[in-house]
Design a protein. Structure first.
Length: 140
C-alpha cells in the first residue's frame, strides 16, 4: 500500500493489523497513533466494504483499549478528519488533563515537537512488543 506523502513525512511505521498499517505521528507532546486501512482510493469509512468497516472498528477498538491501558490515558480521542490528507486514516490520540492542549482538540494548538531518534525508536518498539505479545499486530 502507498501512504499519502504527508503521512509518510510525518509518521513512523510501527506495523500492520490485518486491514490497517499502524503509524506513530512524530509529535512527542502526545502519544498519537494513526490507523491507515490498506485499501486504495478510499477517503471515508463508509466507502469500505462492510467486512472492512467491521475490521477497522475492531482494530480501532483494540488499539484504543491498548493505548488507554498502556499510557494510563484520561481520554482517548479517535477521529477521521481527512481535511488535509484525503487517504482514509484514523487518529488515536492519548490525552491527559495535564497535556498542553487539554481540554481542546490538539489540532492547531501547538506546533509538533519531534521525537528524538532514540525516543521514536523506543516508542515504536514498545508498541510493537505490546501489540505483538497480545497477538494484535504483525511486523512487516
Amino acid at each position: 500500500m502507498i501512504l499519502h506523502p504527508q503521512l509518510k513525512q510525518d509518521c513512523f511505521v510501527i506495523g500492520s493489523f490485518p486491514l490497517s498499517v499502524l503509524l506513530l505521528l512524530n509529535d512527542s507532546r502526545y502519544p498519537w497513533f494513526i490507523l491507515v486501512p490498506q485499501r486504495p482510493d478510499i477517503h471515508e469509512i463508509h466507502q469500505l466494504p462492510e467486512a472492512d468497516q467491521q475490521q477497522l472498528m475492531r482494530e480501532s477498538s483494540l488499539l484504543a483499549g491498548c493505548i488507554e491501558t498502556e499510557f494510563k490515558a484520561d481520554k482517548i480521542n479517535v477521529a477521521a478528519l481527512g481535511n488535509v490528507v484525503p487517504q482514509l486514516h484514523i487518529h488515536h490520540i492519548v490525552r491527559y488533563r495535564s497535556d498542553p492542549a487539554w481540554p481542546a482538540p490538539v489540532w492547531g494548538k501547538l506546533p509538533a515537537l519531534a521525537y528524538s531518534k532514540y525516543d521514536s525508536d523506543t516508542l515504536c518498539m514498545r508498541m510493537r512488543t505490546l501489540l505483538c505479545d497480545s497477538g494484535l499486530i504483525g511486523i512487516d
